[in-house]
Design a binder for this molecule. Structure first.
Ligand SMILES: Nc1ncnc2c1ncn2[C@@H]1O[C@H](COP(=O)(O)OP(=O)(O)O)[C@@H](O)[C@H]1O
Ligand SMILES: [Mg+2]
Length: 292
């Protein structure tokens, strides 16, 4: 069965307070999805947007630690919902906050879907401009569930410069393309290392593969982020790196990524608005073009 058929049911869940849902995805784990989610959220907050994040990485939830909410307790809200956490001006909810830290999160496929959707539906989200979703690596059940049930505006794919990571990012982009989910762009993380002494940028891995992939898949190469020696301490200490070093190179890169995302969302909205009422013409055009 094709991917499109597997998600052909209409989006089932509406989040009336949330304008745009953007997935932060990758092929490989450890490439920096959670780092990008947290710092992009902070960069959007710096632009005056109201931002939320959901940690949907059932296999390795990190946002509780990275946003400093691991020791906080969920507070009930009206209608059986819970109030999302709020740290650093960012609203958040993580799968980790719903299970004790020492317990493994072992869920069968159907329970994954149910548990994940609760992070969206059973939370009293305030009005949000953007809700970023930190996805698990790869292209699996979680992706299909969220794309089937939520009205997702688009996705950002994170990779590192290594060809192994880029090859897996290609699968991620292909999945979104097959499911007609706009890919706002590719972010290349760990592209070089910033010397903690002099700030000079040193090459770590041979580059070029991510830019080639972006070109080949017709997605925007949104930008490159260097490795910053403070990244780890910030993540473990629950502080976005760009808040700790607002004048640093990483903060500048995230400011530009935030601007690109806001522009991409605006373009997508106006494209969607111009398509309203033309769905049949659009379908006929594409069918003719694709020879269906
Ligand atoms: N640009 C960066 N500079 C410094 N450390 C980084 C950077 N990107 C990621 N890291 C660190 O690398 C590790 C993996 O990143 P993470 O965001 O958790 O990846 P993922 O969510 O894709 O598994 C984390 O410890 C994080 O702090
Ligand atoms: Mg992560």
């Amino acid at each position: 069965m094709g991917l499109a058929q597997q998600t052909e049911e209409a989006a089932g869940v509406t989040l009336p307070n949330v304008r745009d849902i953007v997935l932060v995805a990758s092929g490989k784990g450890g490439v920096g999805k959670s780092t990008v989610t947290v710092n992009l959220a902070a960069a959007l907050r710096n632009r005056g947007l109201k931002v939320g994040v959901v940690d949907a990485d059932v296999y390795g939830p990190s946002l509780g630690l990275m946003l400093g909410t691991v020791d906080q307790f969920l507070v009930p809200a009206e209608g059986g919902k819970v109030v999302p956490f709020m740290t650093h001006g960012i609203h958040s909810m993580s799968i980790a906050n719903t299970t004790p830290a020492e317990s493994p999160i072992v869920w069968k496929g159907s329970l994954v879907a149910q548990g994940l959707l609760q992070l969206f539906v059973d939370v009293a989200w305030p009005d949000l401009d953007v809700l970023l979703v930190d996805m698990p690596p790869g292209t699996g059940d979680v992706h299909l569930t969220l794309l089937e049930q939520l009205d997702v505006s688009g996705a950002i794919v994170v990779t590192t410069p290594q060809r192994l990571a880029v090859a897996d990012a290609e699968r991620g982009i292909a999945m979104f393309h097959e499911l007609n989910i706009p890919v706002f762009g590719l972010i290349e993380n760990m592209d070089g290392y910033l010397c903690p002494c002099c700030g000079e940028r040193m090459e770590l891995f041979p580059g070029g593969a991510a830019k080639t992939l972006a070109k080949m898949k017709h997605v925007t190469h949104l930008g490159s982020l260097p490795l910053d020696s403070d990244g780890q301490a910030c993540a473990d200490g629950g502080v976005p790196l760009i808040d700790k070093k607002p004048e640093g190179e990483v903060a500048k890169a995230f400011a530009s990524l935030g601007e690109s995302l806001v522009k991409a969302l605006a373009r997508e909205r106006s494209a969607a608005a111009s398509r309203v009422g033309h769905e049949e013409e659009d379908a006929a055009f594409w069918n003719e073009l694709l020879g269906d």
